[in-house]
Ligand binder design. Structure first.
Ligand code: GLA
Length: 701
């Protein structure tokens, strides 16, 4: 089935991607218009461009595909440039197009007078109902051009009605909370100005007409694959038209394009589902596993991790690591990760970042003996790094105080006592790449947790080439991507976990380089139900790192059972950070049992389809179901919250099963048809608050 079709007499392109259809057309004045973004439409030729009212520019400009600041255009532009001679007007008209492999469309637009081109690229992923798009701005003229805004693109939602926006908001230790609001007029801007994706907002925007539910109704999704400053503008541009523009944030941004140079934007990801938010999430999850995640590890299970952070904090040394490793191996851990604290002078968060050699007091014989010990217990050795950072109290900073972003003679604001290395400089980039490459070449390390623990401030680059000072926002992210890509190429067996004070840098750009993420520094198993629910709106459980930690929880002071903590953490990539030395032998046995169970069922969680049966936000009960793609196995995680006597919880009506198959429940001998389980339901049988259970369904052969 061809995804991209060109209807020449209409100058119209139709991109079909499963349930999603995207239609573009060249209007009589040469501008490119987004005729449709949504469910399937036939015949496409019947769609009209819209009319014209006096006192208004032509209505079709309200749906312009890649609008500029130029001519009679008043909405958020995708492109704002300064052309030679101080010209701040840019109008793009259709030039040419190309279709490759039936699923990639490229349309070239050109300014009406200057040799400035915009190549708009579209790629269909029919198996996932997804289209990605990005733009490349090319200066083919003889003189430099300055880009003041260059977004990835915009989409026009079906005209009419009020749209509801669903997005993910939060803060450190409280990421990805689901927020919904009805957009009524004007602009709603979601953005980051912190240099990273941010904890506060995530580049994800879902739209519905206010009537979609978890499993029913139409939902449109716009996401951005970018780990730096970003912006998403939802704007009523007139006549009930909602337009959504997304890309690198133009705030404090400028990009100098010399003659012959081009600027490539990050990808905007468009998704559509007629099966509610759950349907949209499942499409995204499949797309991430099938396309986005680094290919070498995408189909592999995620290992069970032990991480030292919530046990030892900065107090790691050869002795205590060996002791912990022995118990970790005993209970079934597969990767033993030494978190912060292992490098020179790192006794707390006030010193050491930048000096990436083992601390001579904690590791007088280097890391070798610990790595050998971990390996001898059958585990992979993992390590924490924070390559973009430096503490002023470090040898590196004392040698190179000019290597951080700063404005000369002005304060360098510290967050967590640290400053950001200026990766826009090639010498700093090389330094960072080299020590990391050496660390991985000289030690048998199979897992790296790459952290990034502060936001940008005073973003100065004193010796930048003139006119390029404000490029740091993009150059920094490009540098992180380049370093990671090359490190991955040279060390293909290493698993990379992305972290930024928890989930501060989770997005589809980062997901091309990180196999999994540290979801949040909040490890309270109950708080996690909310954070994880929000995370899975856009991102797949395979990438969702979740640990079992000690009680009372260090943040919330809450004590939950070991079982509840395991069940909450098992819904993603399982890790442990509980102090193993303090576990009783009974607790150790219990932990071992949970880990054994997880290893048996993790393929369902990591590579299955997720159904959010009952949101913790609805109170009383939370339930999440995972089903294998062939529908022969399923898991239901149930958590009771506050229950009241006489308020009977409804039966759990499960989803995604094959109605004609017979499923055995928990090898209990009890069996029900898929039809029965989906339409009548199952009694979870839990009584009492803050209890949990995993129900396992297996189809009988
Ligand atoms: C961040 C991470 C934690 C831990 C600490 C170490 O906060 O999110 O998991 O690695 O840094 O300093």
């Amino acid at each position: 089935m061809t995804s991209v079709n060109f209807i020449s007499n209409e100058k119209l392109w139709s991109i079909r991607s499963g349930e999603l259809q995207y239609i573009l057309k060249v209007a009589d004045d040469g501008s490119l218009v987004n005729l449709h973004f949504g469910g399937r439409v036939e015949p496409v030729e019947s769609i009209s461009l819209g009319g014209h009212f006096p006192f208004e520019p032509s209505l079709h400009l309200l749906r312009e595909e890649y609008s500029t600041f130029g001519g009679l255009r008043f909405m958020e532009p995708c492109l704002k440039v300064e052309l030679p001679g101080g010209v701040r007007d840019c109008v793009l008209k259709y030039e040419s197009f190309k279709i490759e492999d039936n699923n990639v469309l490229s349309i070239t637009l050109k300014d009406i007078s200057y040799e400035l081109f915009a190549d708009l690229h579209y790629r269909a992923y029919p198996a996932y109902n997804i289209i990605t798009k990005w733009a490349e701005i090319r200066n083919a003229g003889p003189q430099p051009v300055i880009l003041e805004e260059a977004l990835s693109g915009a989409v026009s939602l079906p005209r009419g009605g009020l749209w509801r926006l669903t997005f993910l908001s939060g803060h450190w230790a409280g990421e990805t909370r689901i927020v919904q609001e009805v957009l009524k007029a004007g602009k709603k801007v979601l953005e980051s100005r912190r240099g990273t994706t941010s904890h506060q907002l995530n580049p994800v925007a879902f739209f519905d007409a206010g009537d979609a539910g978890e499993e029913e109704g139409e939902v449109w999704g716009c996401l951005l694959g970018w780990s730096g400053n970003w912006k998403c503008v939802s704007e009523y541009v007139g006549h009930d038209q909602l337009r959504v523009a997304m890309g690198v944030n133009d705030f404090d941004f400028s990009w100098h394009l010399e003659s012959g140079e081009s600027f490539k934007t990050p990808k905007m990801i468009l998704a559509y589902s007629a099966s509610g938010f759950g349907g949209l999430s499942r499409s995204l999850h499949r797309f991430e596993r099938g396309v986005v995640l680094p290919r070498n590890n995408a189909t592999k299970p995620r290992p069970v991790i032990y991480n030292t952070w919530e046990t030892l904090y900065f107090n790691v040394n050869e002795e205590n690591l060996k002791q912990l490793a022995d118990i970790a191996a005993e209970i079934g851990v597969e990767v033993f990760v030494v978190d912060d604290g292992w490098f020179k002078g790192r006794n707390d968060d006030r010193a050491g970042l930048g000096d990436w050699v083992p601390d001579p007091h904690k590791f007088p014989r280097g890391l070798g003996p610990v790595i050998e010990h971990v390996k001898s217990r059958g585990m992979i050795f993992g390590i924490w790094v924070e390559p973009e950072m430096v503490n002023p109290n470090s040898d590196l900073y004392r040698r190179h105080p000019d290597w951080v972003y700063h404005f000369p003679g002005r304060p360098r604001s510290e967050m967590r006592n640290q400053l950001i290395l200026n990766l826009s400089r090639s010498d700093v980039r090389e330094y960072v790449f080299n020590w990391l490459d050496r660390l991985l070449a000289e030690n048998d390390i199979g897992f790296v947790k790459w952290d990034m623990n502060r936001s940008f401030s005073e973003p100065g680059w004193p010796d930048a080439p003139r006119g390029r000072e404000r490029e740091i926002w993009v150059r920094h992210v490009q540098a992180v991507y380049e370093i990671l890509d090359e490190i991955r190429r040279r060390h293909p067996n290493v698993i990379f976990e992305g972290c930024s004070g928890g989930g501060g840098r989770v997005d589809l750009g980062a997901m091309e380089r990180f196999d999994q993420f540290w979801t949040s520094d909040n490890t309270d198993a109950l708080d996690r139900l909310y954070i994880q629910e929000g995370y899975t709106m856009a991102y797949c459980p395979k990438t969702m790192g979740a640990w079992v930690t000690g009680v009372p929880n260090f943040l919330t002071n809450r004590t939950l059972s070991l079982e509840f903590r395991f069940h909450s953490a098992m819904m993603g990539a399982l890790g442990i950070s509980v102090n193993l030395l303090e576990l009783s032998s009974i607790e150790k046995e219990e932990a071992k049992m949970h880990i054994e169970f997880y290893k048996k069922i993790r393929h369902i969680v990591l590579d299955g389809d997720l159904y959010r049966l009952k949101s913790p936000r609805s109170g009383g009960l939370a339930a999440f179901q995972y089903v294998t793609p062939d529908k022969t196995e399923s898991l239901i995680f149930v958590f009771t919250l506050q229950q009241g006597f006489g308020r009977r919880e409804p039966l759990l009506r499960v989803r995604g099963l094959d109605p004609s198959l017979i499923y055995e429940v928990d090898s209990s001998g009890q069996s029900f048809s898929g039809l029965y389980l989906m339409n009548y339901g199952i009694d979870h049988g839990i009584r009492g608050d803050y209890k949990s259970k995993v129900i396992y369904l297996k189809a009988r052969r």
